[in-house]
Design a binder for this molecule. Structure first.
Ligand code: NAP
Ligand code: MG
Length: 497
């Protein structure tokens, strides 16, 4: 094991508090009930910090604060240049505190420090910077109406946003939610995932430091059915933005049907990653590994169904297994770690459960297929990177989201078969295509029913590129100018001339 990353004293102070409080109306407060919950370091199974547990009453206080902060107009009508400067300041503060935030993220989520430090944290800062750019570019239109009238549109903020996020990219999901909401003049109550509340709370401190007015952003950690449910049902919330499981997404869809709150849902996936025999084999192997083992496979767009053209199937699977076997698994703070633990005991049980199902269904694990209890890893939630062959697209492990370092390699005959099998899923979040034939790349990219298609690459993101799902992967597009649509509404104004 390499020398672990030295913990910053700021991190030790942050996790060492008797209770990490929640942010409501610009103040750090304990839960109304006085309750707190523990967040666990998944590399060791030990308690990392104790966090105030928000419930209905806390959500109500937070929503009322967000409502006041929206209705008094100070935020929504703030001079755009000033609001822009504020968002830029947030980006700067995230960068300036990058080491600390990355360590916190790795401790709480388990992901390798190199991922937190070089992906999550810079991408979070970039998201704020990108939406800072939008603040003074959100235009209305003048419309060609009858000459007796003047008709124009205003793009106005939606109001109070309830934002519920998962544990796989804790800080980055805060940024994807908060940056466009704030840029468009909304206020927010954000509920981080119970497993990973720490970077959201640290971000709360940075937001105050940047000068975000009291009540504009409220951060209430707690559990899904209690705090999350109360936020979804609260009558003063205008919009819900959710990232997480399809199951909870459907529940939110049902729950909000009666109130017609606006909703955007970014849900699960079972993405096809399709390797044609004419692909660059090195690049395709690396892309396939990045597609499934990044963040230990706990990624909604992970390329978990790896379709490989029949004639190269065996050879490709072997090469994949050999390369994956060299990826070091260990605690995220070890700089050599490429694959960390899963986020929680619950996720460990879920993923190992699927491994057993896969074996019963007849899949063969070329590598992995079990928990990793190697030296020093016994108490953590480690699952060995697993490559299954002998998988058919109708098996349970090829249909359900596993959310762990597990890939199913599935053969296909030709282009048509690849597209048919690739699309044969309830999900439609992302897809990958590997080929050196440009025309084939275009045909397949168009034929795949997914919100994102990567050609000869995988897991590439940019704040300017939209992201979201087809089918049961949800609706609404985050990032880019599309998020401006999510967080604004259009008003048509008529004047008689
Ligand atoms: P989840 O339950 O969907 O959690 C996502 C967020 O929703 C969390 O903040 C969660 O709170 C909250 N939540 C849960 N139930 C809620 C409810 N009834 N009303 C409002 N909010 C609610 O996901 P999970 O249980 O952590 O993971 C289960 C599976 O979901 C994973 O194995 C994976 O397949 C999938 N998943 C997908 C994504 C994604 O990026 N699309 C992310 C995470 C998980 P708690 O923290 O208390 O649960
Ligand atoms: Mg849950």
């Amino acid at each position: 094991m390499g020398a672990a990353v030295q913990l910053q004293s700021a991190v030790e102070r942050f996790v060492g508090a008797p209770v990490r409080k929640m942010l409501i109306d610009g103040k750090w407060v304990e839960a109304a009930s006085g309750k707190k919950f523990e967040t666990i370091n998944p590399a060791t199974g030990q308690v990392l910090a104790r966090v105030a547990e928000g419930d209905k009453e806390d959500i109500d206080r937070a929503v009322r604060a967000a409502r006041r902060a929206f209705d008094d107009g100070k935020w929504a009508r703030m001079n755009p240049t000033e609001r822009q400067r504020l968002l830029l300041r947030i980006a700067d503060l995230i960068e300036a505190n990058g080491d600390e935030l990355a360590q916190l993220e790795t401790l709480d989520n388990g992901k390798p420090f190199t991922e937190s430090r070089h992906v999550d944290i810079p991408a979070s800062a970039e998201t704020f910077r990108y939406y800072a750019g939008w603040v003074n570019k959100i235009y209305g239109e003048t419309n060609p109406s009858d000459a007796a009238f003047f008709n124009f549109t205003l793009r106005e903020p939606v109001g109070v946003c309830g934002q519920i996020i998962p544990w796989n990219f804790p800080l980055l999901m805060c940024a994807w939610k908060l940056a466009p909401a704030l840029a468009c003049g909304n206020t927010s109550v954000l509920k981080p995932a119970e497993q990973t509340p720490l970077t959201a709370l640290r971000l709360g401190e940075l937001l105050l430091e940047a000068g975000v007015p009291a009540g504009v952003v409220n951060i209430v950690p707690g559990f899904g059915p209690t705090a999350g449910g109360a936020l979804v049902r609260h009558p003063m919330v205008d919009k819900i933005a959710f990232t997480g499981s399809t199951e909870v997404g459907k529940e939110i869809h049902r729950e909000t049907a009666s109130t017609l709150k606006r909703v955007s849902l970014e849900l699960g996936g079972k993405s096809p990653n399709i390797v044609f025999s004419d692909a660059d084999p090195e690049a395709a192997v690396q892309g396939a590994l990045l597609g499934v083992f990044f963040c230990a496979g706990q990624v909604c767009c992970a390329g978990t169904r790896l379709f490989v053209e029949q004639k190269i199937h065996d050879q490709f699977a072997d090469k994949l297994a050999k390369t994956a076997a060299d990826m070091k698994q260990g605690p995220g703070l070890d700089p050599e770690t490429r694959i960390g633990p899963l986020v929680s005991q619950e996720q460990l049980e879920r993923v190992t459960g699927y491994l057993e199902v896969g074996k019963k269904e007849g899949a063969k694990a070329l590598i992995g297929g079990e928990r990793n209890t190697g030296k020093g890893l016994e108490k953590g939630y480690f699952v060995k990177p697993t490559i299954f062959t002998g998988v058919r697209n109708d098996m349970k492990i090829a249909r359900e989201e596993i959310f762990g370092p597990v890939v199913s390699v599935i053969p296909f005959k030709d282009e048509n078969d690849a597209v048919l099998q690739g699309n044969d899923t309830a999900y439609g979040l992302a897809a990958g295509v590997w080929t050196r034939d440009v025309s084939k790349a275009h045909r397949v990219a168009r034929a795949l029913r997914a919100g994102t298609v990567w050609v000869n690459c995988y897991n590439v993101f940019d704040a300017s590129a939209p992201f979201g799902g087809y089918k049961e992967s949800g609706y609404g597009r985050e990032l880019g100018r599309y998020a401006v649509d999510l967080y604004t509404q259009v008003k048509s104004v008529w004047l008689q001339i």
